[in-house]
Design a protein around this ligand. Structure first.
Ligand SMILES: C[S@@+](CC[C@H](N)C(=O)[O-])C[C@H]1O[C@@H](n2cnc3c(N)ncnc32)[C@H](O)[C@@H]1O
Length: 272
C-alpha cells in the first residue's frame, strides 16, 4: 500500500461497489490469469485506485480503463499522463461500445474486479459483444461464480449458467475472503475466466430467442419443466409431445437439462 497508485484513498462509495483489492498476491494472480497481453488491447472495468491497473500497464500493448467514479478516473489519468498506451474512459461500462474500442485490432481482453451491484448486466454486456471479446477475467461474488460455473443437474444451475455457457467456456481461478478488500464486503469473492466460445451455431439456435425460452423453462425452479412451459402458455399436450420427441422425461426439471438437450426441446417446439 505504499505506492500512490495502489492506495484506495480515504473514501469509498459503497453504492458504486467500491471494495478495493488490498491483497497484492491476488492482484498478481488476476493479472496473470489474463495471459500474454503484449500484442493486445486490454479493457479494465472499474480500475478504482489501480491495484490491477498497475500490473497491466507494463504488460499490455494498450490499456483502456473504464471507471464511473469521476474522481478516481481523473486521479488515474493524472498518475499515468505520460503513458501513451493508457487511456481512461470516465463512463458507465454498460454504455461503452466494445466493438468501437476494438477498432481493427484482435478481439479484446477484458479484466475487472467488478462492481457487484451490476454483475449480471456486465456479463450480458460482454456476451452482447462476444464477437469483439477473446477472454475475460472477472472477480464476482462467490455465489454468482457458483451459478455461472454450475453444471447441469446441480442446484446452482440456472438461467445465468445456461446463458454464460452458451457464450463462453467458464473456469474458476481463485476465491478470496472479505479481508482481501478495503472496505471488506459481506461476501467471499471468486475470480472467473470466461473464454468466448459461442455454442449457438453448433446447437442450431438463435441466441436471443433460445435464451428467452430458457428463462421460461426456469421460471419456477421448483416446478417441472412441463409445468413451467404450461405456465408460459403452451398447451399441455404440445408440451408433452415436445418433451417426448426430445427424449426428456415428463417430470424433468429445467436444471437437469444440458444445453444440447434444451436446444433439442426448443427446436421441437419451434418446428411446430
Ligand atoms: C470492486 S471495485 C474494484 C476497484 C479496483 N479494480 C480494485 O480491484 O481495487 C469496483 C470499481 O468499479 C467502479 N464502478 C462502479 N460502477 C461502475 C460502472 N457502472 N462502470 C464502470 N465502473 C464502475 C467503482 O467506482 C470501483 O472503482
Amino acid at each position: 500500500m505504499s505506492r500512490s497508485g495502489t492506495r484506495p484513498g480515504p473514501r469509498s462509495k459503497p453504492k458504486l461497489g467500491q471494495n478495493f483489492l488490498i491483497d497484492p498476491h491476488a492482484s498478481l494472480a488476476i493479472a496473470d490469469a489474463l495471459g500474454d497481453l503484449s500484442q493486445r488491447t486490454v479493457v479494465e472495468i472499474g480500475p478504482g485506485a489501480g491495484a490491477i491497473t498497475e500490473l497491466l500497464l507494463p504488460r499490455a500493448q494498450r490499456l483502456i480503463a473504464i471507471e464511473l467514479d469521476r474522481v478516481l478516473a481523473q486521479r488515474l489519468t493524472e498518475q499515468h499522463a505520460s503513458t501513451p498506451s493508457f487511456e481512461v474512459i470516465s463512463a458507465d461500462v454498460l454504455s461503452v461500445n466494445l466493438h468501437d474500442l476494438r477498432a481493427d485490432g484482435p478481439p479484446l481482453l477484458i479484466i475487472g474486479n467488478l462492481p457487484y451491484y451490476i454483475t449480471s448486466d456486465i456479463l450480458l454486456h460482454l456476451f452482447r459483444f462476444h464477437a469483439d471479446v477473446d477472454r475475460a477475467v472477472i472477480m464476482v461474488q462467490r455465489e454468482v461464480a457458483d451459478r455461472v460455473a454450475a453444471h447441469p443437474g446441480t442446484r446452482d444451475y440456472g438461467v445465468l449458467s445456461a446463458t454464460a455457457q452458451l457464450y463462453a467456456r467458464v473456469e474458476r481461478i481463485l476465491t478470496l475472503p472479505p479481508e482481501a478488500f478495503m472496505p471488506p464486503p459481506d461476501v467471499h469473492s471468486s475470480v472467473l475466466r470466461l473464454t468466448m466460445q459461442p455454442q449457438f451455431a453448433a446447437l442450431g439456435v438463435e441466441p436471443d430467442a433460445f435464451l428467452g425460452f430458457v428463462k421460461k423453462a426456469f421460471a419456477q425452479k421448483r416446478k417441472t419443466l412441463a409445468s413451467n412451459l404450461r405456465a408460459a402458455g403452451l398447451a399441455s399436450d404440445i408440451a408433452q409431445q415436445a418433451l417426448e420427441a426430445a427424449g426428456i422425461p415428463a417430470m424433468a426439471r429445467a436444471e437437469e437439462l444440458d444445453l444440447a438437450t434444451m436446444a433439442r426441446l426448443w427446436k421441437q417446439l419451434e418446428s411446430r
